[in-house]
Design a protein around this ligand. Structure first.
Ligand code: DOR
Ligand code: ZN
Length: 482
């Protein structure tokens, strides 16, 4: 073999089912060989990585990079720098920017902002009453997937009516495109919040009281009903509660194509932390009582929950620390700390590195139709690699974050296990723990490699399109009468 760009030697390569000692050869943007060091081609550069683990770069299905609209909270450049420094090589970005990503013009603004990205990306377009008529145009113009804010959150985008959601699912089902759903019942949230406010409650726990678990149970049930009826692929964002897992289990058993993410904050934090963290902990869905943590872990282990995402939701520190909980913005940054937090749990033997790779890379890659090119270290795949030191210990510090939003509930937390280099398509975007600033703009959309397998639409005779085509008095799919 002729000379290649880079060989990484001395490390162990991790997939979702094995860990092997192997060298990895990279040429251009791709992996060209994985195997015994003796078999590696000559290389222009060698990275000696003795004792390290090579993980497929993490794929974060849920980030908010705020641009266009709120560049004081985050930009594509700072958000994606945080990704690179967290071992994350692909992100899927949310549409609650300003303008929201529900028109081709707004999408183009976002794609322009994303030109400064350090990491590859997909864009979730907005599915709502105003956009449901334009989904095909948005797909054509570059969105990879959609997001429906069934539960209200930052940006105050109106929740889609059930009718619009059904119609959106009918349109997206035959295309195989997956829709992310923020599954909380908006009407319950709005009414409860008003009542809390009328009672004069301004403490952090009032936020939790305003967003009870039943709001999540109801919304997940409704969304799964519509998904099963139409055959649409759906993805439950930031699953937070133990009590709604039975719905996912049952839907998966019935063959609904639903994928589910949870986030480190729902696995590792609970209301016991509320006293000292206060408004920082305000996010949607809320941090719940301790009884939810372990069932979420169990659901990750048994496959009910498919993946780890972060809901990286940066806000300025002053927007997070107001005395009145209702005036604190919801969410906090997480993309840069996810891997260290989860590797720490691996070191505590709560999961294996293979489990982690399944949650952080393999399953998200499969959900968004990019598996094979991403999510795996194998010849032919993109060279998206997090080089991980499982023995490196440290203390997470919000001041060291790349994110503009230097306020984090993880500040001061001891971790063991860090990404130390991140490669995106063969190029270092983080090296020795430092951002490679020249790599800004190396990221690009994954739209070109995305292949969503055809889905099986259900109940097509009841689709809006079928109904609209019905000539007066004739049901097109009815059995002909003999
Ligand atoms: O806490 C949250 N913040 N939850 C969301 O769903 C949205 C996010 C944001 O955009 O700030
Ligand atoms: Zn979010």
């Amino acid at each position: 073999m002729s000379q290649v760009d880079l060989v990484i030697r001395g490390a162990r390569v991790v997939s979702d089912h094995q860990i092997i000692e192997a060298s990895v050869a990279i040429d251009g943007e791709s992996i060209v060989a994985v195997g015994h060091d003796d078999l590696m081609p000559p290389a222009r550069e060698v990275l000696q990585a003795d004792g390290m683990y090579l993980l497929p770069g993490a794929i974060d299905s849920h980030v908010h990079f705020r641009d266009p609209g709120y560049p004081h909270k985050e930009t594509w450049k700072t958000g994606s720098a945080a990704a690179a420094c967290g071992g994350v090589t692909t992100v899927f970005e949310m549409p609650n920017t300003n303008p929201p990503t529900g028109t081709v013009d707004a999408l183009n603004l976002k794609l322009k902002a994303a030109e400064s990205s350090y990491v590859d990306f997909g864009i979730h377009g907005l599915l709502g009453d105003d956009t449901v008529g334009h989904l095909e145009e948005l797909i054509e113009a570059g969105v990879t997937s959609f997001k429906a804010f069934v539960g209200n959150t930052f940006g105050n985008l109106p929740s889609p009516s059930d009718g619009a959601l059904l119609e959106g699912f009918e349109k997206l089902a035959p295309l195989g495109i997956r829709t992310v759903v923020h599954a909380e019942n908006s009407s319950i949230l709005a009414r409860r919040q008003k009542r809390m406010q009328a009672e004069g409650r301004i403490d952090a726990l009032a936020h939790l009281a305003a967003r009870p678990v039943v709001a999540e149970i109801e919304a997940i049930g409704r969304v799964l009903t519509l998904a099963e009826w139409t055959g649409a692929r759906v993805h439950i964002a930031h699953h937070s509660a133990a009590d709604s897992l039975f719905l996912i289990r049952e839907a998966k058993r019935r063959g609904v194509d639903v994928t589910v993410e949870t986030c480190p904050q729902y696995l590792l934090l609970n209301t016991d932390h509320a006293d000292h963290l206060g408004g920082i902990l305000r996010l949607n869905p809320p941090i719940r009582e301790a009884r939810h943590n372990q069932p979420l872990w169990d659901a990750m282990m048994d496959g009910t929950i498919d993946m780890i995402a972060t809901d990286h939701a940066p806000h300025a520190p002053e927007e997070k620390t107001r005395a009145n909980i209702w005036e604190c913005d919801c969410g906090f940054p997480g993309i840069e700390t996810q891997m260290a937090l989860m590797l720490t749990e691996v070191n505590r033997e709560r999961a294996t590195l293979m489990d982690y790779v399944r949650w952080s890379s393999v399953n998200p890659a499969k959900a968004w139709g990019i598996y094979g090119t991403k999510g795996v270290i194998t010849p032919g795949a993109h060279a998206d690699i997090a080089v991980v030191d499982m023995n490196k210990s440290g203390i997470l510090s919000e001041n060291e974050l790349q994110s503009i939003s230097k306020i984090s509930p993880w500040d001061g937390r001891a971790v063991k296990g860090y990404p130390i280099h991140t490669l995106l398509r063969g190029r270092f975007v983080m090296r020795n723990g430092k951002l490679v600033t020249e790599a800004a703009g190396w990221g690009r959309s994954v739209k070109g490699i995305q292949a969503m397998p055809k889905a099986k639409p259900q109940n097509t005779e009841h689709y809006t399109s079928a109904i609209l085509k019905t000539p007066e008095g004739v049901r097109p799919t009815a059995e002909p009468t003999r």
